[in-house]
Ligand binder design. Structure first.
Ligand SMILES: C[S@@+](CC[C@H](N)C(=O)[O-])C[C@H]1O[C@@H](n2cnc3c(N)ncnc32)[C@H](O)[C@@H]1O
Length: 217
């Protein structure tokens, strides 16, 4: 999934702060021990988690939304960067995977900041107030859902708010014309749409599998 070479990726991870965090490390270990590699590999890596925490703090975020929670690693990185009275709405469809997440959120002392909604994310997002109240959002779920998740979230992002999208390079497949799987085709459309979206300024980063950062104007 990573697009930088493995040695360099290890080096990046070793230099992201906070260095050793017991709760995050054990969450990653349990996820990789209990699930097959194809599923466990959906978890973001430590460097991306550190990036999310930093962005939440830089944006001064109090209200955040995550689409795609899995076993809770990214949600934990977002929630612990919020102030104590901050709120993260976490969207997923899996009771099984998010039951792991809940245990680690409790351990980290951030469970009271996270509202987990088990339902298709499009339904959850559509039901949110139609106001610019979101300070930070992270999209990391089914790729064909990205156009709707982006639109529902960008309209609710406050001016100056930040939205991050994961897997935007699809392991490099976005630049391979022969790659025509639905996720890659949709991701090319999303990437083009964001680059031309006059409501935002944006940049694509080659972090892990590619992360686009969007700031609402
Ligand atoms: C790549 S994983 C998320 C990884 C997570 N951000 C982390 O840090 O470990 C994608 C997640 O999206 C969820 N998902 C897939 N389709 C969804 C949908 N329509 N609505 C909400 N969640 C969905 C899956 O259940 C899965 O947990």
């Amino acid at each position: 999934m990573e697009i930088v070479n493995p040695a360099l990726h290890e080096y990046l991870i070793a230099h992201a702060s906070p260095g050793a965090d017991e709760v995050l490390r054990e969450l990653a270990e349990e996820t990789h021990r209990s699930l097959p590699p194809g599923l466990a590999g959906m978890q973001i890596t430590h460097d991306e988690g550190a990036l999310l925490s930093l962005l939440v703090k830089l944006a001064g975020a109090r209200t955040a939304v995550e689409v795609g929670t899995f076993t809770g690693y990214s949600a934990l990185c977002i929630a612990r960067a919020l102030p104590a009275d901050g709120r993260l709405i976490a969207c997923d469809v899996s009771e099984e995977w998010t039951s792991v997440a809940r245990r680690y959120w409790e351990r980290a002392g951030v469970a009271d900041r996270i509202e987990l909604v088990i339902a298709p994310a499009a339904e959850t997002l559509r039901a949110l107030p139609r106001e610019e109240f979101v300070d930070f959002a992270f999209i990391d779920a089914d790729k064909t859902g990205y156009p709707e998740y982006y639109e529902e979230l960008v309209t609710r992002l406050r001016p100056g708010g930040v939205l991050a999208l994961d897997n935007v390079l699809r392991s490099g497949r976005v630049v391979e014309p022969a790659a025509q799987d639905p996720g890659t085709v949709v991701m090319r459309q999303v990437n083009d749409a964001i680059a031309g979206d006059r409501r935002v300024e944006s940049v694509m980063l080659s972090v892990r599998d590619g992360v686009t950062l969007v700031r609402k104007l």
